[in-house]
Design a protein around this ligand. Structure first.
Ligand code: N01
Length: 533
């Protein structure tokens, strides 16, 4: 029988891994975190591309578990930049003495379950194997870079970068001709800044994106004072929101279809001027009714027509898909950047990228030349980083095989055949459709209280069943099917990665989900089999 070296091994030292340390210690258990980077911060450690910042307001995108922490930390901008969020993560780690349980620059390569001892043997790229009772994958939803396999990619003579693996020393584009592939959130934030520096920027767009002004700026101190005076209530109200944030957003309670045209336009206009995600809340049915969605989409297209001077470029920049079924982008000067003389937009939807060459790329038989290539091509979302680890459960079954037709989980927390393994914000949980920190706190609290309970009551293992996870996946998809979300080729569906099974992965509706998790815990972990030691 293998004897565990430690109670809990956690993979990843982002916001989830950090909070796992704090809560596991509070349960009186031992924990060790392995982190591939040489410092903590996860998403905010890796995504250092120009302009990287959060699209959830800073007073909300922060931990709520400690009142002194939320009172003492001061954000400087409405939407925090990557360096400031990373500083915050470091501050939290130091304040709660978290670093001593983290092993940096170490990637977990495999985790194999031993049925006899109900333990996980976790092996790192340094050759160390640790035996733990529990394994927690805190690897993040958007942490496995997606770089499409363009023929000839290795022949490009200049430097190449992916937005999610940006060099720590930064990149100086001065005097360079830059090619940038992609127009998602990362591209939309970086394009205006790269354009200011570069001699020329060519953007290769496959799908045009809806973007709304962020209206970022110095944080309003009287607003912060007010939030801080009522922080507990503010957090509690946010946890009752669909996305775990935005309780102070004014939400329209009627359909856009019933509002008189003038009133509707005025409301859209008011929200466009205010900036941020509140734009999607002017009426209540944008993600339920295509007719209503069309009205909002057309408003954004009108804005693009007004902002972008060249009609052909404006036409190309106009998205046609449902607005909101891919993550809405928030920008600072994105569309206006295409009025610059040194920026060219190239459509690669009808003529995909044929190949990368030594000096650029070829699309539709036309060569485009540049010195530097930036991939803003997103991530193998939600499952990519979990499946990069060779995880084997009961009977040596590989997780990659169990998920061959798409990820199957119960509550997004656990998967059958893989006892004592949990995922933080896994597929099937609200995760990416929420303020991630709210979801992370809810998951970490559930997982650690479950592990604490099992330890106190003498259970060796916990595992969900095939039936429960099948029902759960059906539930997640049924809810998505009520909405317009499945209508786009989004990364929520795995549609951005060639060959990835098409399954809607995140669950809509944070409050009902959190309630369900609570009920499960209160009913002796309904849906799980608990095995005594
Ligand atoms: O990635 P994306 P991202 N040929 O997948 C294109 C969060 N985030 O890193 O749409 C040509 O959105 C692809 O085209 P298409 C946020 O949740 C948040 O930008 O698949 N193009 C798309 O344009 C976000 O949603 C923040 O047709 C190809 C782009 O690459 C998520 O991270 C900031 C291609 C990828 O866009 C991911 O955002 C940044 C190909 N073969 C990120 N393959 C904030 O908080 C892909 N593309 C503000």
């Amino acid at each position: 029988m293998k004897r565990p070296d430690i109670d809990v091994v956690v993979v990843g030292a982002g916001f989830a891994g950090l909070y796992m340390i704090h809560r596991t210690r509070a349960e009186g258990l031992s924990v060790r975190v392995f982190e591939a980077g040489d410092d903590l911060g996860g998403t905010w450690y890796w995504n250092r591309y120009p302009g990287a910042r959060c699209d959830v307001e800073s007073v909300e995108y922060s931990y709520s578990f400690d009142d002194a922490l939320q009172q003492e930390w001061n954000w400087t901008e409405r939407y925090a930049s990557q360096p400031e969020i990373l500083d915050y993560a470091r501050h939290v780690a130091d304040r709660f003495d978290l670093r001593r349980d983290i092993t940096f620059s170490t990637r977990v390569v495999s985790a194999h379950f031993d049925e006899e001892s109900s333990t996980w043997g976790v092996t790192t790229d340094g050759g160390e194997t640790v035996v733990s009772r529990f394994l927690v994958m805190a690897t993040g939803c958007l942490s496995s870079a997606n770089i499409p396999a363009f023929p000839g990619a290795e022949t490009f003579a200049g430097p190449t970068y992916h937005t999610g693996k940006w060099p720590h020393e930064g990149v100086d584009f001065t005097g360079k001709r830059v090619g940038l592939i992609g127009t998602g959130s990362s591209a939309i934030q970086s394009i205006p800044i790269v354009a200011e520096q570069a001699e020329h920027l060519t953007v290769f767009q496959r799908t045009a994106t809806y973007s709304v002004p962020a209206r970022n700026g110095t944080i309003d101190t009287s607003y912060v004072e007010d939030v801080k005076a009522h922080y507990a209530d503010f957090r509690a109200a946010n946890r009752l929101e669909q996305g775990g944030f935005g309780s102070r957003i004014e939400r329209g309670e009627t359909s856009a279809l019933t509002a008189p045209e003038e009133e509707r336009r005025a409301e859209f206009e008011r929200r466009w001027e205010a900036g941020g995600f509140a734009f999607m809340a002017s009426f209540n049915d944008f993600l339920l009714d295509k007719g209503s969605n069309d009205l909002l989409a057309e408003f954004v297209r009108d804005k693009i027509r007004t902002i972008v001077k060249d009609p052909a470029t404006a036409e190309l920049l106009m998205p046609t898909q449902v607005i909101g079924c891919k993550r809405l982008c928030l920008d600072t000067g994105y569309y206006d950047t295409f009025n610059r003389e040194n920026v060219t937009l190239v459509d690669v939807s009808t003529t995909p990228i044929d190949r990368i060459t030594e000096t650029g790329l070829v699309t539709g038989g036309v060569a485009h030349e540049f010195d530097v290539l930036v991939y803003a091509t997103g991530f193998d979302a939600m499952t990519g980083s979990i499946l990069k680890v060779d995880i084997r459960g009961r009977g040596g079954q590989r997780l990659a095989d169990a998920w061959e037709a798409g990820p199957v989980t119960y509550l997004g927390l656990s998967t059958a055949g893989f006892p004592n393994m949990f995922m933080v914000s896994g597929p099937g949980s609200p995760s990416v459709l929420t303020n991630m920190i709210v979801s992370i706190e809810q998951h970490v609290e559930w997982i650690t209280s479950c592990i604490g309970h099992l330890s106190r009551t003498g259970f060796a293992s916990i595992e969900t069943t095939d039936d429960h996870q099948r029902e759960w996946v059906a539930h997640v998809n049924m809810i998505a099917d009520f909405t317009l979300f499945p209508r786009c080729n989004s990364w929520y569906l795995g549609a951005n990665v060639e060959g990835k099974p098409r399954v809607f992965m995140p669950l809509l509706g944070f409050p009902a989900y959190a309630e369900r998790c609570q009920q499960v815990a209160e009913t002796d972990y309904e849906g799980f089999v608990l095995t005594p030691a």
